[in-house]
Structure formats: structure tokens, C-alpha cells
Ligand binder design. Structure first.
Ligand SMILES: Cc1ncc(COP(=O)(O)O)c(C=O)c1O
Length: 431
């Protein structure tokens, strides 16, 4: 059966049939390379050559009609892993989103997953084997911290949980078999940064890889690839999707690394993104550059208001001069995003404030997750997080408490009018 899409057409490229064509995300527009806003809108997309539709169609078929007799295993497709055969191996909506994210990150390729956690699991299990050692940020998304502590050692992978903002601690942790450093910058929930260029230099000198969870920063917040990150991880549930209605994950990097990841983590582990979620997240991603500007603007206004509030004892926002790593933030980040953390007097005060927030706030939702157009806030007491996820002791616990004290409110500033967000927070903060 003949396909209607000519093999060399843009839509064929979107469908993954034209493997020699330059990536749509990086193809110059009339000889020029395009900017990030243009990448976010047009990356991975072309008008439908059959219907002329300007917006991407949703393609939900789980299988694709073959044009020639081929082997049944994914290994038989290894010369062309982007050709659509079966939806676990690749789908046009997912491929389009992958090209868009790769374009915004300025790298060759990207692979999407069913969630940020699926992306993290797929990455660790693809690039680490029994006998390997990896260094993982001692403070990172709680799910990743638990995976690192509880699951990876069961597969014979040695894990060191290290404060990556302390380069002496990193140097002391490196071993001959260290294959990966996994960073998160800014890290969840305390907004601590790490110097990605310094980490890349260290792990590359040992022949290993640097991965970074850049969910809080978004592709607009830092040039992760330019700083030496090999594997850029995003929970696309957050800023990239931006509307709180679809879970997804992504890892962006070189074609060689992402091809390896696709074969193992997508085709074999199977935690792939659904076409509908790719379509929704791609629609959200088109406005990411504009949303990030607005998130940063709103967050700066909210951070300054909180810093001046008598009930707030500390605000952690990389864009504030008071952030302990503001100089690094200015050097490493181009957008400080909408994420911040703030403290009140102690754990009991925090608990009572969280209860008042649930009762009194009408604009800021008291809920987990982040990066949505709606503002979200959540109370994260230090002791509870230590018991459940981080289990830090000694210098690592002291470094955590330097930032977080007895606990932080993690605030994701949305796109509402900043004065409404401030008034809502104030209603709860005023006892
Ligand atoms: C920084 C960070 N990374 C990864 C994840 C996991 O992403 P998902 O919920 O899409 O699995 C989260 C979730 O909150 C996160 O905040």
C-alpha cells in the first residue's frame, strides 16, 4: 500500500521517513537559523501536505503500514530508529515534540517518555550497569532521590549522594568507575544551584557523562548543552507543557546518546509518551519562551514582596541578590523561572500557615507540581523530607538546613497578575 506522504516531503520528515533530511528544528528558514521563539512554534511542525492543515493533526494509530518486508525486532531497525513502525518505537506527534525540544535546547535529538520519572529511570538503566558508580545530587526531586537510594543499588549500581554545589565533595566522591554525575539545577525544593561547567569538566576528564534535570530552569533558563551537559532531563509535565493537563518526560542530547536511549529505554523498557500527551504538550511548548518571560517577571515581584513581609524569614529565588549563589545564577542562567522557596519562623509556624493557605487562598492552589500557568504552593518540612526521601546527615544535612531551615514553602509562580498572587499569599500570611 503506497503512503500518501512523498518520502522527501516535510511531513515525511515529521513522520520520520526521511532520515537524511536536516532536523526540522535546526533547518534554517530561508538560509537563516531561527530564534528560540520560532523554534518553539515551528520546530518539528509543517503544514499537513495532504489536507493543508496549519495545526498538527493527532495521529493515534498504534501501528504503521510497512513499505517493505523487514525484521520483527527493534534491532533490525537499528540503522533507522526514527522510521515509524509501531507506536512504542516512535509516533509523528511524539517525533514533532522531540524535534521542538531538541531545537529549544540547541542539541541534535530528544526522546520523550510517559513522565519525568520514566525519563530518569530510562536514563539510569541505559547508561549505568552493575559495577558502575554514579554521583547523584543529594537534593533533587524526591522521586529521583528515592530511585537512586532504593532501586539502583539493587541492580549493582553504586550510588553516592553528594552536595554538587560543593566541588571538593564532588572531587572526593569521584572513582575510577564513575560513569555518570546526575545534577539538578536549580534543585527541588531548595533552589540550590550547581556549577554545571565545573561538573562537566570533572566527569568528562574521567570519561563519564553529565546529566542534569533542568525542569526548574526550562530550556529557556540555562544553556545546558553549552555548559557541557550531555543528557538534559525535563519533566515536561511542568514548564514545557505548562498547563497542568498532561504528564511527560524528555531527555535531550547528542544523536548518538539519544539513539542508544531510544533503543533501550523506549523500545525495551516501554515507558513512552502517548500521542495525545505529545500533542497537548507540543501546543503548550509553542508559548514557552513568552511564558518564561512572564513567569520570571511575576516571580521577581512576588519574591520581593515576600522578602519584605514580616512573617517571612527567608526567600530563595536565584534572581534575588540575597540568593546565596546569585553570582552563579547570573553567570549560568538566562531566565530565573517562576520557582522559589521561602521560610517562616519554624516548623510549627509553617504547618499552621499551610493550613491557613488551604482555607484562605483562592488564586494560588495548594497542590504539588509546578511550572503551570496557575500558581501552585506546597509546604515541605525538612524533617519529613529527610525521613521519607533524602536521609541526609552531617555536612549534607547542615548544607540543606542552611538553605531550608525547618522547611520551605515551594512556590511556583504562575501567570496570574502578580498583585493578585501577592494578595492571596498575604491573606494566609496575616495570622
Ligand atoms: C525537578 C523534577 N524532576 C522530575 C520530576 C518528575 O516528573 P514527573 O512527575 O513528570 O514524573 C519532578 C516532579 O515534580 C520534578 O519536580
Amino acid at each position: 500500500m503506497a503512503r500518501q506522504t512523498p518520502p522527501n516531503s516535510p511531513a515525511a520528515h515529521q513522520a520520520g521517513l526521511d532520515k537524511d533530511a536536516p532536523s526540522l528544528a535546526t533547518r534554517p528558514a530561508q538560509g537563516r537559523s531561527t530564534g528560540r521563539q520560532t523554534q518553539a512554534i515551528h520546530g518539528g511542525e509543517q503544514p499537513d501536505p495532504v489536507t493543508g492543515a496549519s495545526a498538527p493533526s493527532l495521529i493515534i494509530s498504534s501501528t504503521f503500514v510497512a513499505e517493505q518486508v523487514a525484521g520483527f525486532s527493534a534491532h533490525d531497525m537499528s540503522d533507522d530508529p526514527h522510521r515509524h513502525v509501531y507506536a512504542r518505537w516512535g509516533n509523528p506527534n511524539v517525533a514533532s515534540l522531540e524535534a521542538k525540544i531538541a531545537g529549544m535546547e540547541g542539541v541534535e535529538a530528544c526522546l520523550c517518555f510517559a513522565s519525568g520519572m520514566a525519563a530518569a529511570t530510562g536514563m539510569f538503566l541505559t547508561f549505568l550497569s552493575a559495577g558502575d558508580h554514579c554521583i547523584i545530587s543529594d537534593v533533587c526531586y524526591a522521586g529521583v532521590a528515592e530511585l537512586a537510594r532504593e532501586t539502583l543499588p539493587r541492580f549493582g549500581i553504586e550510588v553516592s549522594l553528594v552536595n554538587l554545589s560543593d566541588l571538593d565533595a564532588v572531587d572526593a566522591a569521584l572513582r575510577p568507575n564513575t560513569r555518570l554525575i546526575h545534577a539538578e539545577s536549580p534543585c527541588n525544593p531548595i533552589m540550590r544551584l550547581c556549577d554545571l561547567r565545573a561538573l562537566a569538566d570533572r566527569i568528562h576528564a574521567c570519561g563519564g557523562l553529565l546529566s542534569c534535570d533542568a525542569t526548574f530552569a526550562s530550556p529557556l533558563g540555562q544553556d545546558s548543552a553549552g555548559l557541557g551537559v550531555d543528557l538534559i532531563l525535563h519533566s515536561i509535565t511542568k514548564y514545557i507543557g505548562g498547563h497542568g493537563d498532561a504528564l511527560g518526560g524528555a531527555i535531550a542530547g547528542s544523536r548518538a546518546l539519544i539513539d542508544r536511549l531510544r533503543m533501550e529505554a523506549a523500545i525495551h523498557h516501554g515507558g513512552i509518551l502517548s500521542p495525545f500527551n505529545a500533542w497537548l504538550i507540543g501546543r503548550g511548548a509553542a508559548t514557552l519562551p513568552l511564558r518564561m518571560e512572564a513567569h520570571q517577571r511575576g516571580a521577581m515581584a512576588v519574591a520581593q514582596a515576600l522578602e519584605a513581609h514580616p512573617s517571612v524569614t527567608k526567600v530563595l529565588y536565584p534572581g534575588l541578590a540575597s540568593h546565596p549563589q546569585h553570582a552563579l545564577a547570573q553567570r549560568q542562567m538566562q531566565n530565573f523561572s517562576g520557582m522559589m522557596a521561602f521560610q517562616v519562623a519554624d516548623a510549627a509556624t509553617g504547618q499552621a500557615l499551610a493550613e491557613r493557605m488551604i482555607e484562605r487562598m483562592s488564586i494560588v492552589h495548594y497542590a504539588v507540581s509546578l511550572g503551570h500557568h496557575r500558581s501552585l504552593i506546597f509546604w515541605m518540612p525538612t524533617q519529613t523530607l529527610m525521613d521519607s526521601s533524602f536521609h541526609l546527615e552531617g555536612a549534607n544535612l547542615a548544607a540543606y538546613r542552611d538553605f531550608a531551615g525547618d522547611g520551605v514553602f515551594r512556590l511556583s509562580v504562575g501567570l496570574e497578575d502578580p498583585e493578585d498572587i501577592i494578595a492571596d499569599l498575604d491573606a494566609a500570611l496575616s495570622a
